[in-house]
Design a protein around this ligand. Sequence first.
Ligand code: FES
Length: 253
Amino acid sequence: MILRKDRWWLQPLVTGLGLLAFVVYGVWTAFRGDFYFAHHYLSPFYSPCFVSSCPPAETWGPAGSIGTVSPALLVLIFPMGFRVTCYYYRKTYYRSFWASPPACAVADVGSTTPGGVRSRYSGETRFPLIWQNVHRYFWYAAFIFAGILTYDAVEAFRFGGGWGMGLGSLIFVVNAVLIWSYTLGCHACRHLCGGGLRKFSKAPARYAIWRKVVTPLNAHHQLFAWLSLIWIAWTDFYVYLVATGTIHDPRFF
Ligand code: FES
């Protein structure tokens, strides 16, 4: 039974289509396996680059040690694991793809009672959804990846033997800022910084980070979840356009 009379289906529809578009794009770019670097711009989908096809200046570790598989297939498991288990994205795909429930005050499609509640609902307390709890561990990997993408943003200012700035450099900087904003606004990060304390006065540094950085970002976590998702795809696509010669990267100096 649906109690709501408004267009409650609009939000799950739009967010579901947005996620679907990103998944389709991500699969295309991950299996593409080429046109993922230009100048010192390395696509965030392919960073860190470990395989023999990586550009020599961007290769991490001994080149060729992992063969020629698309580097994106090796690294995406960590950021994707982080996103898939994110509290915000869980809400999105539970609503949009599983309709469980599709919206507030709208019955779960699997409901067997007039009130719209599953008779044996166990949420995330049992297998398989209990695995969502690995999110806090994916956060550590995401923190490292944010550092790597920051390094890539610095590298995006290198041209030939010196330094410069192109439009791509700025795109990479925005990408790193959005990734940090999303990662530091994570609920697990907020607990890591401010949780488990009896008195904030005993941990002033943690309190300051919790209050001034993590909590404000956490309040806009949904916004940064979307902005960082869209921008990381745009950054990859920009690199693709430059690498294929479709556009010329404007240089400022
Ligand atoms: S809750 Fe969204 S990234 Fe952790």
